[in-house]
Structures are given as structure tokens and as C-alpha cells.
Design a protein around this ligand. Sequence first.
Ligand SMILES: NC(=O)c1ccc[n+]([C@@H]2O[C@H](COP(=O)([O-])OP(=O)(O)OC[C@H]3O[C@@H](n4cnc5c(N)ncnc54)[C@H](OP(=O)(O)O)[C@@H]3O)[C@@H](O)[C@H]2O)c1
Length: 251
Amino acid sequence: MKTILVTGGTGTLGRQVTPLLLAAGHRVRVLSRKPHSSDQIEYLVGDALTNEGIDSAMAGAHTVIHLAGGPKGDDEATANVAKAARRAGVQHFVYISVIGANTLPLGYFKSKFGAEKAVRDSGVPWTILRAAQFHELTLTVLQKMAKLPVVPIPGGVRLQPVDSRDVAARLVELALNEPAGLVPDLAGPRVYELKELTRDYLKASRKHRLMMQIRMPGRAGRAYRSGENLSLDGATIGKVSWDAFLAEQIR
Ligand SMILES: NC(=O)c1ccc[n+]([C@@H]2O[C@H](COP(=O)([O-])OP(=O)(O)OC[C@H]3O[C@@H](n4cnc5c(N)ncnc54)[C@H](OP(=O)(O)O)[C@@H]3O)[C@@H](O)[C@H]2O)c1
């Protein structure tokens, strides 16, 4: 039985990871910015960006699965968590990154790449998994876009959305094995044009909206149109498709 600290254990992905660790017989500790209580999980309050509570969360942890993240500052927060892991003698640091971290010229992806570097340079044996966009995020974005009377669709953009349950299962498998460095990407079972994803969502939710193709400008637009956010060769492929996820979510 190992003590495993999951940062971000209250998030979309983290909530899928912790039950798998418990089922495998491990002691699970979760770092959150807010207090929580549970019989099975030890919750500790802390903030990866301010460093508050991070050292005490690490004490006695064998493995850290670092999933805490937000739209900004993952590089800084991850450097804080990785340095604390090093101070505490953690033996395996598992980090969730995103496909395109090394290629896409957008702040979120650059910060994920900076976070990967902080993990690689931490001196703690590590594993990094880059995953595609989760179905949940795809759905949230489409729900927001469908509030508009006309839904703008950046032309030529494709996604390979993946189910967070598949990502959680893969992360737990990696965390319970030896540190493996940068492992193959994890993507969903199919590549979709953004307009297909939107059409599927509108149909499933019985909404009628006009779609209008727009052109995403600049380097980011070129990078998306040339598929730099995709992993077409050698990726591990998740089981749950976007269509299956939508059917579960929208009845
Ligand atoms: N969503 C995607 O499509 C996607 C794709 C690839 C990779 N990822 C990566 O997967 C990870 C998890 O994503 P998610 O969608 O599960 O995120 P989420 O649902 O937004 O949850 C974010 C989690 O991070 C924690 N957190 C945020 N800032 C924190 C801070 N300063 N200190 C401590 N904890 C903090 C939150 O905990 P509290 O609110 O309880 O403090 C929460 O548990 C992120 O690193 C993300 O970049 C996501």
C-alpha cells in the first residue's frame, strides 16, 4: 500500500482517478484549495500557486499525481509542487499534460510545456502523459457556443476528444508502475472536424442553430489547421467515443 497524493483530486479528471487508487488498495490524499471531508480520502488544504500547504501535503507520499491546473500558471504551480516533491523524497511524479504542449503557440499550451520542463528538471523520477481534450470540456465549450444565435466554427479545426475515464485509468496504470518519462499520447477513438462535433451536439440536444465558418487568425490558426493539436501516429487510443459520451450526457 502506497500513500499517493493527488493534486486536483476534486476536478473532472481527479474525481475519476481517486476511486481507482482506492480500489487498488492505496492510501489517497487530495490537495484542494477548499476543505473537504471523507472517510476514505485524506483532504488537505493548499494552493499550488502560492505554495501554501504544499510541503505538508507531500509528507510521507510515495507518489504524486499532479492534476491541479487552470487556464493560467500551470508552469509556476507545477514548479512549486515538483520542488516540494523533491524536498519530501517523493519517488514518482506523474503529470498530466496536453497534446500540442510542445507545438501550439497559445498561452495554455506554452504553460503546460513549461510545467513539463519543471517536472523533467525536478530531480524526482517522473512520468508525463499528454492527453487530448476531454469530452467534458468539448461539451462545456459547445454548450456555451450554442447560447449564441449563430455558432461560429473555426474552419479546418479538428479535435480528437477523449473520455476523462480513459485518461484516469491510464494515469493510474502509469502511477502504479515505474517512472516511464514521456509516454505515448492518449487521444480519443476518432478525429472530428469541429463542425461535426457541433452538429452532433446540436442534434443530441435538439437545438437548432445556424453555424457560420470563421477563419482562426494568426499562428495559432495555422497550427490548428495543420493538425498540431492532434496525435495521429503512435497514440494510445481511449475507448469511449464522443458519440457514446454525448448519448450518456444528453437524454
Ligand atoms: N480538460 C481537458 O480537456 C484537459 C486535457 C488535457 C489535459 N488536461 C489537464 O488535466 C488536468 C485536470 O484537468 P480538469 O479538466 O480535471 O480540471 P478541472 O476540472 O478544472 O479541475 C481543476 C483542479 O485543479 C485544482 N486546482 C486548480 N488550481 C489550483 C491551485 N492553485 N492549487 C491547488 N489546486 C488547484 C482544483 O482544485 P480545487 O478547486 O478543489 O482547489 C481542481 O481539482 C489539468 O492539468 C489540465 O491542464 C485537461
